[in-house]
Design a protein around this ligand. Structure first.
Ligand code: ADP
Ligand code: MG
Length: 612
């Protein structure tokens, strides 16, 4: 903490002293560099933090700059009024450009946003109101009482203040609830949705942030240069901006700033050789993508990793500690209320009927087993219940409400939580952050607090962190709180997924093959965990191949085969049912069904190497 205050103080002092040593041309370059740094932060927030490929940043920049130019020269507004409206116009543009992100992602989104940027460039080059190819000159600069902002030295201080606030705000977003959700969405939008994140709103928020920074940069640019023309907002500049973000490190806002300032300086320095320079940037970007995908910002971490491996030093000894059971609750009514009803659900994938009129009811307080051969539709049933798939026919009712068409985030907020057959942890988040995403039950609209009531954001954050530590402690994961989850053994990752699902304090927990890849001891621990979860009042539905586990845990088992329910009853009943024996015959050895086999059957697609 002390060193952080020291570093910040030193940076502020350096920023304050900077203009004293610089010539008039150099300060101009620095002013430009700060504007690009703002643009790069916006890019970083959308692309690096939120995973939304945004190639329209120059358009947000342009809307900001042109709005100021048009409103001041054409409509006689003062600079500050125009600036406010310009940022608003830019944000509105950002929301418009973000709409395609609701339907498409990755390179498709890149192409669409690039297309929209091209459309904008075409428009400013040809329209009358934008002055066509000549642009608009004579933009009045900003004025402040007692400060002559026409001096580029003093303008630097205006920029530095805006930039400093914008950077701090960006870092604040990244390190708290909103940023964590954006990063979770980037890593795995399906899992983030299942943890209560409103994905469509978050995607729009990513574009809102990008355009906010783009608009601010545009306003500062118009005030500095007092002249706007299409070439500043060209596709060529869009690629330079992309290069800044990739070279600096898109996942780190500070990296984006370093990339922007560095490349602006290099570009000035090479301005006499601009054609070769463009080629050079391209080569550097390719090399970065291949050899240092996390950019300059990721280099210290990589070096540390190499150093530690050379020294042969293992990270601190960490172990999975025993699970601390939840305090059991006495059910007043002895359970028995229906919590989930699935009625005649059919799920059709083109020619394949993955579920065929499946009906089942699960009582509150039950541990229900779902078994069946591979491909019989078990995971599909979970996907329907948790809102990932919309059933082709039939209804799902949860806790008395019709949830057939509810979105995953809504079901998560209503009390359905799940794990995934093929582990879907947020790979770039720490174990603690994975749990924090699920703990965070706030709705996306509460992000107004980021602008108007930051103490509210902090208070919420502190509460979440305290509870995250409790959850980690209970699940014996405290040693791994700061670890990268995908680097951990398979058994621990399964435990983290259950901890994350339980962090949402669900009424219904869906476990999709939780014992897959676990060893005998881990399976025994899992049985204790699931029992305790149920005794604490959470209903559990469990898909499992390990019949030993099912016999041990479940009071009632539903057997699926080729998408239909073929049997239902106690484990002993269904194992003896002729339909079940027949369904399993083609698949595996009959003896395996009744056996208390630890671990899992050897099935394709199972990452065996992680079994430990
Ligand atoms: P299980 O979990 O019982 O092994 P699944 O529910 O994963 O089986 O799959 C049931 C069937 O539905 C399989 O044949 C699978 O290939 C198919 N299926 C599942 N999801 C999809 C999808 N999104 N698109 C097309 N087919 C799917
Ligand atoms: Mg499955």
């Amino acid at each position: 903490m002390k060193t952080r205050i020291g570093t910040t103080g030193a940076l502020v002092a350096a920023a304050w002293a900077l203009p004293y040593g610089l010539g008039s041309y150099t300060i101009h370059v620095v002013d430009i560099a700060l504007i690009y740094a703002l643009l790069a932060i916006g890019m970083g927030l959308a692309m690096g933090i939120s995973g939304q490929v945004n190639l329209a940043q120059v358009a947000f920049f342009g809307v900001g700059a042109y709005t100021v130019a048009i409103l001041t020269t054409g409509y006689g507004h003062g600079f500050w009024t125009a600036a406010l409206l310009a940022v608003l116009a830019s944000v509105v543009t950002g929301l418009f450009v973000g709409v395609p992100a609701l339907r498409m992602q990755s390179h498709y989104l890149g192409i669409v946003t690039l297309g929209l940027a091209l459309g904008f460039i075409n428009w400013i080059t040809n329209a009358e109101v934008t002055g066509g190819a000549d642009g608009i000159s004579g933009v009045p600069g900003p004025t402040l009482p007692g400060i002559d902002l026409s001096s580029e030295y003093l303008y630097y201080y205006l920029e530095a203040v805006v930039f400093g606030l914008a950077l701090v705000f960006g870092l604040f977003v990244v390190r708290t609830s909103l940023g964590r959700r954006l990063r979770a969405m980037r890593d795995d939008s399906l899992a983030a949705g299942a943890m209560g994140a409103e994905i469509p709103l978050l995607r729009m928020t990513a574009f809102l942030l990008a355009s906010l920074y783009g608009g601010l940069a545009g306003v500062l640019y118009a005030g500095l240069i007092r002249y706007v023309a299409p070439e500043t907002f060209s596709i060529g500049n869009m690629f330079i901006l992309l290069a800044m973000v990739i070279i600096g490190g898109r996942r780190s806002l500070v990296g984006c700033v370093v990339g922007a300032v560095g490349l602006t300086l290099v570009r000035e320095w090479l301005s006499d050789f601009s054609t070769y320079a463009q080629l050079g940037y391209g080569v550097v970007v390719v090399l970065m993508v291949v050899f240092a995908p996390t950019g300059l910002a990721g280099v210290p971490d990589r070096l540390r990793g190499v150093y530690e491996r050379r020294r042969g030093r293992q990270s601190v000894r960490a172990e999975l500690r025993p699970f601390t059971p939840y305090p059991p609750v006495e059910r007043a009514d002895g359970g028995g209320d229906v919590l989930l009803t699935v009625e005649g659900v059919t799920q059709q994938f083109r020619g394949l009927r993955a579920l065929d009129e499946v009906s089942l009811t699960v009582d509150a307080g039950e541990i229900r087993g779902i078994v069946g051969p591979n491909g019989s539709g078990k995971t599909t049933l979970f996907n329907v219940i948790s809102g990932f798939y919309r059933a082709t026919a039939g209804t799902v009712r949860f806790a008395g409400a019709d949830t057939t068409t509810a979105r995953p985030y809504a079901l998560s907020l209503a009390g359905v939580s799940r794990t995934f057959q093929n582990l879907r942890l947020f790979g770039q988040l720490t174990v603690r952050e994975n749990v924090l995403v699920a703990l965070d039950r706030s709705r996306t609209w509460t992000i107004w607090q980021y602008v108007l009531w930051q103490p509210g954001v902090w208070a919420h954050e502190r509460r979440l962190r305290a509870r995250a530590d409790e959850v980690l402690e209970r699940f014996g994961l405290s040693d791994f709180a700061g670890a990268d989850p995908t680097s951990l053994p398979y058994g621990i990752q399964r435990r983290i997924e259950i901890a994350r699902a339980m962090a949402a304090e669900p009424r219904l927990l869906l476990l999709d093959e939780p014992a897959a890849g676990l060893n005998g001891e881990e399976v025994r621990q899992l049985i204790g965990v699931v029992r305790s979860i149920r005794d604490s009042g959470t209903t559990v539905i469990l898909i499992e191949h390990n019949m030993g586990l099912v016999m041990n845990l479940c009071e009632k088992v539903t057997v699926l085969s080729s998408g239909s329910v073929i049997a239902e009853g106690t484990p002993q009943e269904v194992v003896a049912a002729p339909e079940v024996i027949e369904a399993y015959l083609g698949e595996s050895d009959l003896a395996e069904i009744g056996m208390d086999a630890p671990g899992t059957a050897d099935r394709p697609g199972r990452p065996q190497e992680a079994t430990s």
